[in-house]
Design a protein. Sequence first.
Length: 295
Amino acid sequence: MFDWDDLKVFIAAARTGSLTAAAARLGIDAATVGRRVSRLESALKSTLLARSPTGLQLTAAGAQLLAIALDAEAAMEAAAQVTRPDVIAGTVRISAAEGFGSAILAPALPGLAAARPGLRVELAASAGFLSPGRREVDMAITLSAPDQARLIVEPLTPYQLALYAAPAYLERRPAPKEVAELRDLDIVGYVDDLIYAPELRYLDEVLPGLTPRLASSSIRAQREIVAGGGGIGVLPCFMAQGLTRVLAGEVLLERRFWLATHRDVHDTARLRAVRTWVKALCAEAAERLSPYAGR
């Protein structure tokens, strides 16, 4: 037999991939996390987490235990809410597209925290996504609809992208009048072999074969390169404040964000509250997200 509290520590370490991050999440020290995981491994007579240069990695036994442990955790949370079904409290971890997470969600989080003092929100806004299907997060805002049976997926909001450049760049290089002229200008875009979703292949949609001179895996970094006068890039319109739109009559891309939650937590009070907040936030930001809708 093993201690249920040790299993909770293991879940935190597996989710965060770090003894230090798990310790911060649990309010204990990293050495204690390490001891509790070791004690669980001893009780189960199996290595669950292996250290690597990038952090903690699940072994095959660890991955199998995590799947079972997450189901147990969900059952325990459901049991705890039997007499308090409408209490909005606990942790909600959200994975979101980097640009949307940083430009739309992050500035609004203080308001959510003030309105819902019992909630703790963890936002993973980065290039790439964590998966609610693997219970890495409770909710994901993605560029395409995930196809996993254990997820409840719904369309969230459309958004637009366009070509932008800094005014300083356009003083040095006249703005193009036709799309074909982009081949002679400095283009900013994604590192091709680090593109994690087909929806990010903007440049081929603008002009097949168009390649960036300056590239980054981060849309926030691309925005800063463009703002620094590095060239012309495709950016979400909601990230383009202070920049000049280029080829406005020629290039306007449309995309959509999707909202996915795991079935086991979809109907909990805290997830319902955060979903409602996210949808209301998108409605309020509709003009920023799609400023040229209907034009």
